[in-house]
Design a protein around this ligand. Structure first.
Ligand code: HEM
Length: 400
């Protein structure tokens, strides 16, 4: 039967897993393997919000930043966003673009999402400085930053996610081809998550340190989810073209895995304040039990230490600051120093970076037990406009 089928486990708005003439519940029955459903799942291009924000984590991802070419301005940028939108819409529904490379020919859309954002520098290049939102003010410097400017920021940002590596690569090449003479790749990062179907039931992902990662995320069903993650329409001083949009903070965070893996399990668990096996708080219960931040152990010390990552980052400790973390892991081989060049492509989404990422990172920067084992190597902040209405291209309300 269809037991063990894991498709679109969470926040399924705008997601369809049915082939024409096939009912979703029946996929996997009748002898069709689960993989068919993974491939057949498609995500809507049009909508209030762009795809790829509340879409369940895909198993493959590419993050790419582009700079507009010298001489390219607002007109070229608008034409580029129009081309990109046509391509993204076709690919997300499983159609091949014109003069296709054929890389994804036999696969379905595989939950492909292509998400577009604007960096701070875009607005100067296009003569739109007066319309740059305050949300794109540069992030403050943090004491633990070791940022490489060549792998940071950029005029334009594209996030590609899919449950198949060839589908993701296919979309990446199409997006790069569309850039044509208008924009050049500034940096590219490649990531992955657990494959759909790898676990017997839908489960929170693990990162490359082995921790269950994503438990504390706000859920689309929370009453304040929209307010925290998406820019409201008509209000709050936010520009109208950002209505339904969100701000993405991107950090390439290297994990110092050789050091981390030498740490005994109990010490690893104190760094986070949660059990490694199932992600439950050290104060007991299951993965979804609240942390008991005041509980003392038999030795009179806090069970969840003062510097535990999940204590410091908890919204209650940060005036309610909340973000939606939607990362990919990365592994780019062994670095010149002989250690793995691996870690987290941390992507978090919020209605206002000053009420999401910034206050939390400020506190983490001052004394997170995890900081000994990680290094922030690149950073980007992007304004991701709302989803395009039928007949519209992404960013049209800014660019036309
Ligand atoms: C929670 C790992 C970086 C913000 C967690 C948890 C883990 C974790 C294992 C507990 C499970 C969960 O609630 O998801 C990591 C690793 C990082 C990293 C390995 C770097 C490689 C960051 C950064 C931020 C951040 C840079 C933001 C500035 C949070 C938040 C929570 C959290 C907000 C949820 C707290 C709650 O709701 O109680 N992280 N994290 N993390 N982390 Fe991180």
């Amino acid at each position: 039967g269809a037991a063990g089928l894991v498709v679109g486990a969470a926040g399924g708005a705008g997601i369809s897993a049915a082939l024409p003439g096939e009912d979703t519940a029946g996929a996997g029955a009748g002898g069709a393997p689960a993989l068919t459903t993974v491939g057949a799942t498609s995500v809507m291009f049009h909508g209030k919000h762009q795809a790829g924000i509340t879409t369940p984590l895909q198993s493959r991802g590419h993050l790419v930043a582009f700079d507009l070419a010298p001489g390219a301005g607002r007109k070229e940028a608008a034409a580029l966003l129009r081309r990109w939108s046509v391509t993204a819409k076709a690919l997300m529904s499983g159609k091949a673009p014109a003069e296709d490379t054929g890389v994804a020919l036999d696969a379905g859309p595989s939950s492909l999402t292509v998400t577009f954002g604007f960096g701070r520098t875009f607005f100067d290049r296009t003569g739109l400085t007066s319309r740059r939102p305050a949300g794109l003010d540069p992030l403050p410097a943090f004491s633990s930053d070791a940022l490489d400017p060549r792998r940071s920021e950029g005029d334009l940002w594209v996030q590609i996610g899919a449950d198949d590596a060839l589908v993701a690569f296919h979309a990446l090449r199409a997006v790069q081809k569309d850039a044509g003479d208008a924009a050049r790749v500034r940096w590219q990062m490649n990531g992955f998550n657990r494959s759909a179907g790898a676990t017997a039931k839908p489960m929170t992902a693990r990162n490359l340190m082995g921790q269950v990662d994503g438990t504390g995320n706000p859920k689309p069903t929370d009453p304040d989810f929209d307010r925290r993650i998406f820019v409201p329409a008509g209000g709050g001083g936010a520009p109208e073209w950002m209505a339904g949009g969100s701000y993405a903070v991107v950090r390439r965070i290297r994990m110092l895995l050789d050091d981390w893996e030498k740490l005994p399990l109990d010490r690893q668990e104190q760094v986070i304040g949660r059990r490694k096996s199932d992600g439950a708080p050290l104060t007991g219960g299951t993965e979804t039990t609240e942390l008991d931040l005041n509980k003392l152990g038999p030795d009179g010390k806090l069970v969840i230490p003062d510097n535990a990552h999940s204590r410091i980052s908890a919204p209650e400790q940060n005036g309610g600051a909340a973000m939606l973390r939607r990362p990919f892991s990365f592994h780019d081989g062994i670095g010149p120093d002989g250690t793995p060049d691996a870690g987290l492509l941390f992507v978090c989404w919020q209605a206002d970076p000053l009420r999401g990422f910034v206050p939390v990172q400020r506190k983490l920067d001052r004394g997170d037990a995890l900081s000994t084992f990680i290094r922030h190597e690149a950073s980007g902040l992007f304004a991701v406009p709302g989803g395009p209405a039928e007949g519209e291209y992404v960013g049209q309300r800014l660019l036309e």
